[in-house]
Design a protein. Sequence first.
Length: 230
Amino acid sequence: MSAQLQALRDQLARRFPGTLPLAHATAPVAETAVAEVDAILPGGGLPRGRITVWGPGAGARAVLRSALGAGVARGERCVWIDARGTAGDEVWRAGSILARPEGPLQALECAEELARSGAFSLVVLSGASSAEGSRVRLSRAAREGGCALVELGSDGFMAGLRLSSRILPSGVRWLADAWGEWIDIEAVPVRVRASALGWNRETTLLLPLSGDLSRLSLEPALADRRGAAR
């Protein structure tokens, strides 16, 4: 073990003394705590020691935030690596770590080191896409560290599990006012599909929506929460 890796583990142990190192965990998957999604995943959750790629689509962030909260509730460490500065405070409010590296390259390096550290049960990487060489390194790091590594992207190269999601036009639930007029969308149906070697399942879940009172980040250095440049 390198001196840098040991120093990282020691620092995490001091920062989060009440959490269990991943080496003490025996669960082969990281559950999302969304029953409909866990039911279609091999083993009932996100596979540890492998990369999961979730393609662009509605519902991914909501399910992954639920997975972060479930991991923290189990006494595990979880981290969301936000390369574009678009993640909201709902990530760290769930008790997980929100890391904001300076650009995609640093985000990939951060994901590799944290995945390999063995200190996290779930590592989510958003805003940075790993090329073939980087994906090989990330895959090896996830295997060595035993974490569930999820990348939000479209390239399924070397992914042990591939997920996709999309909103179904029909079945939208509207919020009505006192006169019965529709004033806002309350929830939308989302179709989630999971595929792996010899595995293909899908499900539909109803995703509640909540509006943001402040659409833009309050920090000048960060991007619009919708992903647009400032």
